[in-house]
Write a protein that binds this ligand. Structure first.
Ligand code: NAP
Length: 487
């Protein structure tokens, strides 16, 4: 096992490190492997309902104190968490690369991105204002206050093992909520690292717990336990829908950050070099395993061949390898199932007439390494047009008119991120208005930042994370009527 001072093999429940020996339910452990080498990194507890219920009990007790702390005090803890993440950026980045595979530079970037949410919400914690509403009665006053929802259950994915937790936990802390987090089974160590940091900053016990195990019983306990008031989830649309329906049965608030099928649209009038660089950043970051990765690249006919040639030239020189290696730009995919999905999308596309102009196969490094791939002549009938590939494959679709591409881009049940390259100001505005997505980037390939609202429409979910709107998801609005004020 590699030495990394943050690597823990126990769950963090209300300030205690808890291994499977104390639980009768934890009959098995979950093994965690490094996707770049296949080596076992460690084993974590396979906990279930009982431990989740214990963590919720402790979170409820902690909540009663935490909610009454001043915003300034909670802001102090958020800022301390930001500083602790940044002070340990390289070690945490290494841990993230070891368990998830992304290049070390991207992993360090993710730690800084996550830390940014703690900084942002440290500032926002002080700005949870209420209202005094002009009263329709001369002897009564109407006051609106905002209160933390309560204990929050957070379920997070493997593709951003640190930042997806930070984005939820930072907002919850600022609002005054306590959190029980269940990270993905592939990447528990970056989640446990928050426990190490919580100890380091002396976060009150129970404000944060991190628990690993079988997702269904843990999720069922979160949805059914009356002490837990909100479920926030980032992951696939399939699981998100299941979870939303269970949580709704018990009237829990929900936030759902789900899958995407992002269009990237490049018009003839775009700056070709910038569009190519934007496409690479947007498509190949994290080996294509982000919910905001371009899944469909629409290129107008006048620029199509030049764009395809330039993109293929750059992509074919991308360095693939172990994320800890110097200069590596693309790591392995997370699992063999992920690589099989990529292969099935390429096979389906080529059977239906697409051409592979670079890549197209597993990389000679073996394991789950895949060649960065470009397909031309993609069409709407191909699986790749309607399903999230979640891998390093860029299909290029040709289009003629603005109307045609808007229709094609919106022809999906998803609505998370969308991108458009054009130098026509009027067109940029028209596209922004017409794209049926929660986020639109014009002439940029990367759009996430703690200060802007991240989230989708349609099957991409509901709720927003980050920004001033991110706090609303952790807050209840209370109306107080003060009567009898006449003399
Ligand atoms: P996933 O299979 O839905 O898993 C996400 C989390 O849900 C994991 O912690 C997983 O636990 C848990 N889970 C699995 N089955 C569950 C169940 N039946 N009930 C409750 N929880 C369950 O998604 P993924 O493959 O890890 O992540 C990729 C997906 O996430 C993509 O669709 C991507 O677009 C989306 N995503 C969205 C955003 C966003 O902000 N919109 C950000 C990142 C990723 P186990 O690991 O233990 O199975």
């Amino acid at each position: 096992m590699p030495h990394n001072s943050f690597l823990r093999e126990q769950c963090y429940i209300a300030g205690e490190w808890v291994g499977p020996t104390v639980s009768k339910d934890a009959s098995t452990l979950i093994g965690v492997t490094n996707p770049a080498t296949g080596d076992m990194l460690g084993k974590v507890p396979n906990f279930g309902r009982r431990e989740t219920s214990q963590a919720i009990d402790m979170a409820q007790i902690a909540f009663e104190d935490w909610r009454r702390r001043t915003p300034d005090e909670r802001a102090g803890f958020c800022m301390a968490m930001h500083d602790a993440l940044m002070d340990n950026q390289a070690t945490l980045g290494e841990l993230l690369t070891l368990e998830m595979g992304k290049p070390f530079a991207e992993a360090k970037g993710e730690i800084a991105f996550g830390a940014g949410f703690f900084k942002w919400f440290a500032e926002e914690a002080r700005r949870v204002y209420g209202d005094v509403v002009p009263s329709p009665w001369p002897d009564k006053k109407i006051i609106i206050t905002k209160e933390p929802i309560g204990v929050v259950g957070a379920i997070t994915p493997w593709n951003f093992p640190s930042a997806m937790i930070a984005r939820k936990v930072a907002a919850a802390f600022a609002a005054g909520c306590s959190v029980v987090c269940k990270p993905a089974s592939e990447t528990p160590f970056s989640a446990f690292a928050f426990g190490v940091l919580a100890d380091e900053i002396a976060l009150p016990k129970g404000v944060l717990s991190v628990i690993t195990g079988d997702p269904e019983p843990i999720a069922d306990e979160m949805c059914e336990n009356p002490k837990l008031r909100k479920v926030t989830f980032t992951g696939s649309t399939r699981v998100g829908k299941e979870l939303a329906s269970k949580a709704s049965r018990h009237m829990k608030r929900i936030s759902m950050e789900l899958g995407g099928n992002a269009p990237l649209i490049i018009f003839d009038d775009a700056d070709l070099d910038k569009a190519v660089d934007g496409a690479i950043a947007c498509k190949f970051r994290n080996s294509g395993q982000t919910c905001v990765c371009a899944n469909r690249i629409y290129v107008q006919s006048g620029i199509y061949d030049a764009f395809a040639k330039q993109l293929a030239e750059k992509v074919s020189t991308m360095m693939v390898g172990n994320g800890l290696g110097d200069g590596v730009e693309q790591g392995p995919l997370i699992s063999d199932a992920a690589i099989q999905k990529v292969e099935s999308h390429i096979a389906d596309a080529t059977e239906r007439g697409a051409k592979v102009i670079t890549g197209g196969a597993r990389h000679n490094l073996g394991l789950t390494f895949f060649q960065p791939t470009i397909l031309t002549d993609a069409t709407s009938e191909m699986k790749i047009a309607s399903e999230e590939t979640f891998g390093p494959v860029a299909p290029l679709f040709k289009f003629e008119t603005e109307e045609e591409v808007i229709k094609a881009a919106n022809a999906t049940e998803y609505g998370l991120a969308s991108y458009c390259y054009t130098n026509d100001l009027g067109r940029a505005w028209r596209m922004t208005d017409s794209l049926d997505y929660g986020m639109v980037a014009i002439n940029e390939g990367i759009l996430s930042t703690p200060i802007a609202p991240f989230g989708g429409v349609k099957d991409s979910g509901q709720g927003r994370e980050g920004s001033k709107y991110g706090l609303d998801d952790y807050i209840n609005v209370k109306y107080a009527l003060f009567g009898g004020l006449a003399k």
